[in-house]
Design a protein around this ligand. Structure first.
Ligand code: MG
Length: 328
């Protein structure tokens, strides 16, 4: 019996009946020999952490644009926080921790530069629209050809609130993404002097606590306890109502902040000008992007722009639209 087969056996013996067992995966689009050490979901986690799109998350905005200060979250640290919180919840619920981790690490791989502002900009430019969850799937399936298992791709595709993941592990990531971003975005908003802790609605601080750590602890406990008692992966109804109120507050005070919106219109203009430039000057795109024009030029250019880090987008914009000095 190989080490992987032993691990698969342990999953059957120890995980919850509703957990997704790696030996029962629906598999990959292209057949691939199994590893003798790692399970299929462990292999997917490793494929994700070694791909280029994962490394680029380091220089992509979470909320605060191109932060010069070192303590703001980036898309990479957000991803790691989601993975950590999701693993804690999955382990406590007897779910498959490896599948949960792979989904969490891959969920934002298709995110644009400049956070949701970049996403909105591309969404307004591409004829079929642009959504980061669909782009994350495009990254793992087409652009980086990671050939992941069905369950990991399903969890990545369906991590947004409006979607319905088909595994309990995908559902855990969907909830823990929210738990992570709302709490770390409060922390960063306080760092940016947009908020003070006492500005939070009293319902939020009374139920969830008065620090990010206390709130994450409360929400993870609530998720675990409620899900163990009931036949669903969810927060208790009371906590879900207060979390919605928390989210509404964050939209009003942080995500739609005036100061922020000044930068937002610059980002939208910048990405639109680059998009139009590449539509008219496709020869300036990298050859692998030009090769994708057969699908549609618009989606190929969206792949290129969505893949950029904040700093790469700024650098390209300067190169295209500002004169450079004569260097002799
Ligand atoms: Mg996320």
């Amino acid at each position: 019996m190989s080490l992987r087969e032993k691990r698969e056996e342990i999953e059957f013996q120890t995980l919850s009946p509703i957990a997704t067992k790696s030996a029962e995966t629906r598999g990959r689009k292209v057949f691939c020999e199994k590893c003798d050490i790692r399970t299929e979901f462990q292999k997917d986690r490793d494929r994700i952490t070694h791909c280029k799109a994962f490394r680029r998350l380091m220089h992509k905005t979470q909320v605060f644009i191109s932060p010069e200060r070192d303590h703001y979250r980036t898309r990479l640290t957000h991803t790691l926080e989601v993975a950590q919180i999701s693993r804690t919840a999955a382990r406590a619920l007897g779910l498959n921790e490896d599948l949960t981790e792979a989904i969490a690490l891959g969920h934002d791989l298709g995110h644009t530069p400049f956070g949701h502002t970049g996403e909105d900009a591309l969404n307004g430019l591409i004829p079929d629209g642009f959504r980061h969850n669909e782009q994350s799937v495009r990254v793992v399936e087409t652009l980086e050809n990671l050939n992941l298992t069905h369950e990991v791709i399903d969890g990545i595709m369906n991590h947004r609130t409006v979607c319905n993941p088909s595994t309990p592990e995908g559902r855990v990531v969907q909830l823990c993404d929210k738990i992570a971003y709302m709490n770390h975005d409060v922390d960063d908003a306080i760092r940016a002097k947009l908020l003070e802790e006492h500005d939070l609605p009293s319902t939020v601080s009374e139920m969830f606590g008065t620090s990010p750590a206390a709130r994450i602890d409360f929400l993870v406990r609530n998720l675990v306890e409620h899900s163990l008692e009931c036949d669903e992966i969810n927060l208790s109804p009371n906590a879900a109502v207060v979390l919605r109120e928390f989210r509404k507050f964050m939209f009003e005070r942080v995500y739609a902040n005036q100061l922020h919106s000044r930068e937002r219109s610059k980002i939208k203009t910048m990405l639109r000008l680059m998009y139009e430039h590449y539509l008219q000057n496709s020869q300036k795109l990298p050859s692998e992007i030009q090769a994708r024009f057969e699908e549609t030029p618009e989606s190929a250019i969206a792949d290129h722009i969505a893949g950029m880090t904040d700093r790469f987008a700024q650098k390209r914009f300067m190169e295209i639209f500002t004169p450079s000095a004569w260097e002799v």
